[in-house]
Design a protein around this ligand. Structure first.
Ligand SMILES: [Ca+2]
Length: 132
């Protein structure tokens, strides 16, 4: 997949599919699909953040142009990434997800000393594009 050809420019939404994203985009297959979401994430505080991905199946997370979590061939993944962010800054972010079969879900959560662990809220995600 190339980033130059998004199929969908999505309204702001969380990166949390409790089932397959097919519920939102019925044109994709039930199994054996990949998605790529790109956009920006805006931090709230200048401090250390922990990003958490939860997915069935594989996931890759890139922040600031660097691949930070690479768990592409896993199943039932839970990954953690610690990163220092500046308050109120915007950072490029890319979340790729693949589904091989059976259950399908993915989530991007964050936590820091000033906020409890939760799905990254919609308002902190900007310029979203989704590649199916
Ligand atoms: Ca699966």
């Amino acid at each position: 997949m190339e980033d130059s050809n998004p199929l969908t420019i999505v309204p702001r939404q969380t990166l949390s599919y409790s089932s397959s994203p097919r519920s939102l985009y019925p044109s994709i297959e039930v199994d054996t699909f990949t998605t790529r979401w790109t956009g920006e994430i805006e931090s709230l505080y200048g401090e250390d953040y922990t990003f958490h991905t939860e997915s069935d199946d594989g996931v890759r997370l890139g922040v600031k142009g660097q691949l930070m979590i690479d768990s592409w061939n896993g199943c039932g993944n839970r990954n953690v990434l610690s990163l220092t962010l500046q308050g109120g800054q915007k950072y490029d972010i890319k979340l790729e997800y693949q589904e091989q079969g059976a259950g399908a879900h993915t989530k991007l959560l964050w936590s820091s000393s000033n906020q409890t662990k939760k799905v990254v809220p919609t308002i902190q995600l900007l310029h979203q594009q989704l590649y199916l």
